[in-house]
Design a protein around this ligand. Structure first.
Ligand code: HEM
Length: 130
């Protein structure tokens, strides 16, 4: 009877979160989820603003006044940017569902392209808000 020798596997372990680098496809995926949640929450805020603006002439003035501050404009820009990224990332997802951009290289490239398109849309959203 030979001795059973248990060999410890020396798997690479990295618990230092600051040195972990996510691949661009992972970042695109996380941002898509975050932008979906932001879009979902912002529906309530935007519906409230719409209902206030439609309630009466005074309500409209109040809604316009709320939207006239820098901070609210910044939030609105953030909402529009999140929506833009979610739509661009969503279209990328749907194209992937058709069988394209599924390889490592094309997946990373399409994530890069979606960031650039979302960046351009974010600038346009800024022009629209300010
Ligand atoms: C009111 C508008 C929208 C809201 C609130 C919303 C919200 C969300 C949320 C919360 C998720 C789940 C994300 C996750 O768990 O990873 C999701 C996924 C998704 N959304 Fe949207 N979304 C909206 C509009 C859109 C639009 C216009 C598109 C079209 C391009 C889209 C495409 C997708 C796709 C393809 C997924 C699945 C992604 C996956 O498989 O991981 N969404 N959405």
């Amino acid at each position: 009877m030979g001795n059973i020798v248990k060999e410890r596997k020396s798997r690479p372990v990295n618990l230092d979160l600051k040195t972990i680098r996510f691949p661009i496809t992972a970042i695109a995926s996380i941002l898509h989820r975050i932008s979906g949640v932001i879009t979902f929450v912002s529906i309530a805020i935007l519906l409230w603003l719409l209902s206030l603006s439609l309630s009466s002439p005074d309500g409209f003035q109040s809604a316009a006044a709320i939207l006239d501050t820098f901070f609210v404009k910044l939030v609105l820009w953030g909402i529009l940017t999140a929506l833009a990224y979610h739509i661009v990332g969503g279209i990328r997802h749907l194209i992937q569902d058709l069988g394209y951009f599924e390889e490592l290289e094309s997946g990373a490239k399409s994530a890069q392209v979606s960031f650039v398109i979302a960046g351009v849309l974010a600038v346009l959203a800024g022009v629209l808000v300010w």
